[in-house]
Design a binder for this molecule. Structure first.
Ligand code: SF4
Length: 486
């Protein structure tokens, strides 16, 4: 008699029957409701529907979803627990490889990662891995009253500086504190979280998750020094006093259009627009005002990635009368998430594809319009996407009261001047496969190494550097012991 296949929790595994289970969708706010608030669009799963959705996982032995996950989350393992209601165990599986599954579950472009290769997705909707992961993370924090607090088994007495409190910095701080080191996090902004607080709007991810993460690290003994910029408030020489340094400050320097009129009033960088729209003044630098003036205004956003979608959707919530996105290629070449574009369209954003600005027009010192030109697409360029070519004679003017420039981010080379750390032309830190920079004892990972990318790839960058840092610190301890003995 053929042996009956079972899941890891001993449940009979009938893959054909599982493929017939209909998807259990999460509910979300209607476009009409959500444009009047800043709450998360999705309500998220509750336990019952989440367990049903988890049963759609056919537990492929090859687990392509795990291979496509930048941090190797054991997705079938977690879902095997979830489908039988072992929620703590399921959440624990995600927490083994991720410091913030509730955030990755909300923010990863799953269609290009785990869900994009889900075998169930070949015939039906892929298993809703991201939303299940977010549900488990939320449920787990709800049970514990916050994130798990790292508890070192013994203290090493060694001091580690972490530069930046975004995903990579928080992941490094958590692992290094868990290993018993004294960790200090330097953050240039007035509050912690980096891109999680200052880049991602509230309707995609509520800030209280970030607050809870920082609280858990504080409870573990991690020290946070806000409004402290390395290279200005703390010099590279002062950092010599630490046993190791991790650079995880991301890529926060907004690229510019380099067009005439960019210096006019009411022309914002994406970062400034998003932080002022999404955060209370107390969490902003004193130099930044309160909410950007957009109510009843015509807002034009330039760019084609997820940040530009965050800007147009924030403008809608600020009460703009008209919001237009300009993108120089067609929708096929857009790199952001389809879901984001769908949400933006539902919320009333106009999309002007194959259109690029050539100058920003002003009156009395403030922007009043954008001169644009239509584009056609030529042969693929070095990015692999078809090159946009201006169409002669297609210029036109779009009236605008506010313009937001959301054309990407650089790291910025200035930070590293005089640091002895090698960077490339874009300011990205050059590291080896273990995250070692050219300066001994200084390691790096995340967007400041690979350029602006995802939360989950930033975690992956930290994960690569952490074992190397721990090795370096162990060697220094051993040297110290030898010196003391000799
Ligand atoms: Fe998928 Fe991202 Fe979660 Fe990995 S971290 S399982 S890629 S949603």
């Amino acid at each position: 008699m053929a042996k009956v296949q079972t899941t890891r929790t001993g449940l009979p595994l009938d893959r054909k029957a599982r493929l017939r289970i209909p998807p259990h969708h999460v509910t979300k706010q209607t476009p009409h409701d959500r444009i009047h608030n800043w709450d998360e669009v999705y309500y998220g799963y509750t336990a019952g529907p989440a367990m049903f959705e988890a049963q759609r996982c056919i537990q492929c032995p090859a687990a392509p979803c795990t291979k496509a996950c930048p941090i190797d989350n054991d997705i079938p393992g977690a879902l095997a627990f979830l489908e039988v209601g072992k929620l703590a165990e399921a959440a624990g599986v995600f927490r083994e490889t991720s410091e913030m599954p509730e955030l990755c579950g909300r923010l990863c472009p799953q269609e290009a990662l785990c869900e994009g290769v889900c075998v169930v997705g070949k015939k039906a909707k892929p298993v809703a891995i991201g939303k299940l992961e977010a549900f488990l993370g939320d449920w787990d924090r709800g049970q514990r009253g916050g994130f798990p607090v790292p508890r070192p088994q013994q203290e090493t007495g060694q001091r580690v500086a972490v530069v930046g409190s975004g995903p990579a910095g928080l992941a490094a701080a958590e692992a290094l504190r868990g290993a018993g080191h004294r960790v200090t996090v330097f953050e240039a902004w007035p509050a912690g979280g980096g891109v999680l607080r200052y880049g991602i709007p509230n309707f995609k991810s509520a800030k209280d998750i970030v607050d809870e993460k920082i609280e858990a690290l504080r409870a573990a003994g991690v020290e946070f020094r806000f409004e402290t910029r390395v290279g200005r408030d703390v010099t590279w020489e002062e950092l010599e006093g630490w046993d190791a340094v991790f650079l995880g400050h991301g890529a926060g320097a907004g690229k510019r259009l380099r067009l005439e009129g960019e210096g006019l009033a009411f022309v914002y960088s994406a970062t400034e627009f998003l932080v002022r729209a999404n955060l209370p003044a107390v969490e902003l630098p004193a130099s930044m005002g309160s909410r950007p003036e957009a109510e009843g205004k015509r807002v034009v956003v330039v760019g084609g990635g997820d940040t530009s979608m965050d800007c147009v959707r924030s403008a809608i919530r600020l009460g703009a009368s008209e919001v237009t996105l300009l993108y120089r290629r067609s929708e096929n070449e857009m790199q952001g998430r389809l879901e984001e574009r769908m949400h933006a369209r539902e919320e009333g954003v106009n999309f002007e594809y194959l259109t690029t600005p050539v100058q920003l027009l002003g009156k009395d010192g403030r922007v009043c319009g954008v001169e644009c030109v239509r584009m056609t697409l030529g042969e693929p360029d070095e990015s692999g996407r078809r090159r946009p070519i201006p169409q002669a004679g297609s210029e036109f003017v779009l009236d605008a009261d506010t313009v937001v420039v959301a054309v990407g981010y650089d790291v910025g080379r200035e930070l590293y001047e005089g640091s002895g750390i090698d960077v490339n032309d874009w300011g990205e830190v050059l590291v080896d496969e273990g995250g070692r920079t050219s300066r001994p004892g200084v390691f790096a990972g995340g967007d400041n190494v690979r350029g602006a990318d995802l939360v989950v790839t930033a975690l992956n960058g930290a994960h690569q550097a952490i074992p190397t840092m721990r090795g370096w610190l162990a060697e220094r301890r051993a040297e110290g012991t030898l010196l003391a003995a000799g």
